[in-house]
Write a protein that binds this ligand. Structure first.
Ligand SMILES: Nc1nc2c(ncn2[C@@H]2O[C@H](COP(=O)(O)OP(=O)(O)OP(=O)(O)O)[C@@H](O)[C@H]2O)c(=O)[nH]1
Ligand SMILES: [Mg+2]
Length: 323
């Protein structure tokens, strides 16, 4: 019998409670053993992970992160899915750091305190999308500029705004009370860079991921290198490819003389299977994120059974951009 999401969550909560109680009885029974520094540090590590798990179960969230090569359209995919322009996508706007978009009616932006003062940190409320977008881009610019001189831990930016898949519960079919989050990550190479590995890995570990590869980047020369980069990320995820969906984006850029798309995709599937040592061929979805982005933003982030709140002029601009 298939269990509902609610009963799975309840079951997991019970198991976690039992585990917590069992560990605390153990500590009470044999406090001397836990005086040993190495066992004590294991216990501390356990308590941290345990508390985080409890907190996540109290506020369960459906999370999707985009990972992939630079310029493959990761941020465009995120904007397309949420129905608004928040992640940096214009020419010259390269993502950096972790941009988390959490569904909320608050319209709040939070840029986490950083050890350096290379970019503004703090919280802002009541920003419209235009202001949000510019603040996000400014942080990313400042980070990229600052890194030319030395390494920095990348910015952690969170926007609390209405997201299309959460505004219309029909789209995801999630029970009430489950949050929705999208996480826009920088290119694969930055995901692996040493300064950021821990922060970024932590995000990807807890999310489903959309792995985006750009159509123009999967020619014979690039493909091997890209898949090797992907392999490293998958290794950081302890081989968890079951939470990944592969996307071949920008397929509208296919030239008339290129291999038929289906053959390209078959080749890519076989290579991903080999490089990542998968048991079966993965699914690879051909995608045109830019088209979906225009279409979705022309509608906006509101529920599909209510009137759109996007103004006529904005809708017209997005629809014209499709052509
Ligand atoms: N033709 C076409 N262009 C696309 C598509 N998706 C994204 N783009 C364009 O590709 C460029 C890069 O897109 P981004 O979404 O910024 O790519 P990214 O992977 O987030 O890039 P970084 O953050 O720099 O790693 C933008 O100019 C997009 O408009 C697509 O499906 N087709
Ligand atoms: Mg990006």
């Amino acid at each position: 019998m298939l269990l509902s999401i609610e009963s799975k969550l309840n079951h997991t909560c019970n198991l976690l409670n039992q585990l917590g109680n069992a560990v605390s009885s153990l500590v009470n029974l044999s406090p001397d053993i836990f005086g040993d520094p190495s066992i004590e540090s294991c216990l501390e590590e356990f308590v941290n992970v345990y508390q985080e798990a409890v907190q996540r179960l109290e506020n369960p969230s459906f999370r999707i992160a985009t990972i992939g090569t630079t310029f493959s359209g990761k941020s465009t995919i995120v904007n397309a899915l949420i129905g608004r322009r928040i992640a940096p996508i214009e020419a010259g706007e390269m993502s950096g750091g972790v941009l988390t978009l959490k569904h909320s009616l608050e319209h709040r932006l939070a840029i986490a305190q950083a050890a350096s003062s290379a970019w503004d940190t703090g919280e802002w409320t009541g920003l419209n999308d235009e202001d949000l977008y510019h603040r996000v881009c400014t942080v990313m610019h400042s980070y990229h500029d600052a890194r030319k001189k030395r390494e920095y831990v990348a910015p952690q930016v969170a926007a609390y705004i209405p997201l299309l898949p959460a505004c219309d519960p029909f789209l995801l079919g999630l029970p009430e009370g489950i949050g929705v989050e999208l996480i826009d990550l920088p290119k694969l190479k930055s995901v692996q860079d040493r300064t950021n590995l821990v922060t970024i890995q932590k995000q990807v570990n807890k999310a489903f991921s959309l792995v985006s590869l750009g159509y123009m980047q999967v020619d014979d020369d690039h493909r091997k290198r890209l898949l090797e980069e992907l392999k490293k990320v998958v290794q950081y995820l302890q081989g968890r490819t079951d939470s990944m969906i592969f996307i071949l984006n920008r397929v509208d850029q296919r030239g008339a003389d290129d291999l038929p798309l289906s053959l390209r995709i078959d080749k890519l599937k076989a290579e991903i299977k080999e490089v990542l040592s998968l048991q079966e061929l993965p699914d690879v979805l051909p995608f045109n994120a830019r088209f979906l982005y225009y279409a979705q933003c022309a509608w906006g982030a509101g529920a599909l059974n209510k009137p759109s709140t996007v103004t006529q002029q904005t809708r017209l601009n997005f629809l014209m951009a499709m052509f």
